[in-house]
Structures are given as structure tokens and as C-alpha cells.
Design a protein around this ligand. Sequence first.
Ligand code: ZN
Length: 396
Amino acid sequence: MSFIPVSRRHCLTLGVLCGAMIVFFCLSAPTHHRVYALDHHSAADGGKGDRDSKRGKRKQRHADMSELPPDESAEKRELDSLGDGFRLRRTNHYSILYNTSEKDVKVFSSAIEKTYRSCVNYTQRLGFDAQVPSHKLLIYYFDEHPEYSGYSEKLGNGPREQSTPGVYFPLLNRSMFYNFQNQETFKRAREEAEARIDDLRAQLRRPGVSRDQRRDIGRQIAEARKQATRSATVGSDVSESIVQHEVAHQVLWNIGFHNPKNFVANPRWFVEGTAMMFEPISTGSSANFGAVNTTRLDEYKRLLAEQRLIPVKDFISTADHFATKIDVAYPQSWALIHYLNRTKRSRIRKYVELINKRPADYSPSPQQELADFEKVFGRLDENWVESWLIWMARVR
Ligand SMILES: [Zn+2]
């Protein structure tokens, strides 16, 4: 399994404000242009042999959602490394190493399976067959932030912020999350509401409480209950969105959508913009993939109004904006990807094919990035930008 020294990380502002809390998404990646031998499939495989050619033969016309075999030795290795209290749950496409409650891991399992299906369906809709990963994808799900952050350190990727409940490490081909409902803000709000309910119940038990007082206390208990539920709901909504974003990275990297030979061969705006399409959380029984990402749309509109968008030519020419202007880079990536998917979908496949042809020793240059973009999506002149802005102005 190849592993890289990650000196700095790209983080992105989700811009979801939960009270005073800003949530960050992270895709842990090197910022400097070195060549790294990405070997995702063998990372979980430990000896893929002619697996690639077999996978080629397994390509199918229709989306293949059949169950993947587990990599039992990798699962065992992970469980041993995680230590006491961790269990393994297998879903059709994942091996989840977790120490949350069964109830929480069940919700998590359903979110990641939905994302897997959405990613594969998306690739099919673009007109090419998703590759079938050789094994179930490995995911960690920690109950508490300290163990999540500690394990990231153990993997050599440094500590993780409490406001960043999920991350995907492309070069390790692992994603990890912690139960965001246990983020301190939500936990505290929930605990306070529960303590308030206990206190109010004790008041009810006191002798001499009149009927009016009883009714009033009853109202207060209902209100406190609502507060406890609200903090849990906000936590799980934000968490679901982040899980979908990070898992989309992992799936897209494993089904041949991104270039696995070299992380920096993949234009960062393209990688992040695509993952952001998978952020809208499900409403009801189906995933919400395909819906407008209204959180990102609002951020984009704000940037536009404040004239903070980066000139598109500069923007697609380098990944540096993700280090210097992350609050602009993410919404702007989403706005470009949304536009391209809705207006130039057939060309996305061509772009993916072009990117995937880049060799393992590809070193990005602004000239090459711009040339490849223009080759597929047309000359990036004032007209192009104006068409994009006009089209985006109508998005609701
Ligand atoms: Zn990302």
C-alpha cells in the first residue's frame, strides 16, 4: 500500500452554519506537485495481479450494483489496528469498521450505499461503464471525535478538527468519519435539554403543584424535547451531507471516474465540484442526487454579489485557489460543475477520458489545464463566462 507524506491539506468550507459553527469538508491531499504512485485497488487488495484486465472484462452496459467481495485480510488488519470495541459491518459495497451504536451505523450504512448507487448511476448516465471495484471499500466510523482524530494521526495524516467530521484519503483509499451528533455543540445542547426535562419532571412530582402550573411545566417539557430533537437533527443533516461528499470522492476514485495514477492529474475544481453534486441529502426514501445544491448555490450567489469570484480562466488553471481562497474555490467549483452537467453533459465524458489519459508523471501547468479544458468545453473567453453567469442567474 503506497502512502504519502501529507504536508498540507486542502480543506473546504462547506459554509453550513450551525449556530456559530462552520463546517469544513476535507479531502486530504498533497498540495505540491510531486508524483505519487496512487494504487487504490491494490491498497485494499494486496496483490492485484491481473485484476485490472479482469475488471476490464467485467465492464457492463448496465450499472453493476452487485455485492463486492470483502477483503478479509484487510478487514482483519484494520480491526487489529483499531483495537478493542471495534466491530465490522459489511454492506453490499463497504466494509465498515465502527464503534458506534448499531442504530447509528445502520443509518450510516444506508447513506453510504445510497451514495455508491448515485455515483455509479451518474457515471452510467454520462455514457461510460463504471469499473467494478475489486473489493468492498473500507470505511471507518468512530463514535467520538478524539478517537477519530487520534486514528488519523496514527495513519500519519495528522489530527482532525472537530468541525470536520469526515475525510477521504485518496492515497490510502480509506474514508473515515465520526458520529457528528457527538460533536460538542450538539451534544451539549442535547444534554442541557435532557437535564432541563429531568428538572421539570422533578418539579411535577412536588406536592401542591396546581393544575395551571402542571400545564405550564408540561409545555416547557415539550419545548425542551423539541430542542433536544432539533440539535440531533441538525447534526445528522450536516453529517449526512458530509458523508455523501467524502464517500462520493471514494467511490468516484474506485470506479474509474478519476485518474488513479496521480492525484494532481485530476483538476481539483473538477474533483470537488463533482463531489458537491452528491451533497444534497435525501428527503424520504430516495437519494437527492440531481437536485440543485442550494447550500452551494447560496454561497455562489453571495460570492457573485460581493464580486469575489475568481476569473474563470485563472480558476481552472491551477489548484492553488483551494489553498489560498477555499471559501471561494468550493462554491465556484460547484457552480461550474453544475453548469457543465446541465448544459454540456456529453462533453464531461470526453473530459474525464482526457484526464484519465494523463500519465503517472503528469505535472500540471496552467497552460495544459486551460488547453485541456478548452479542447472539450470550448474557448474560455468572455462569451463563455457570460453564458455561464447568465445561466447560473436562473438557477433556483
Ligand atoms: Zn472534497
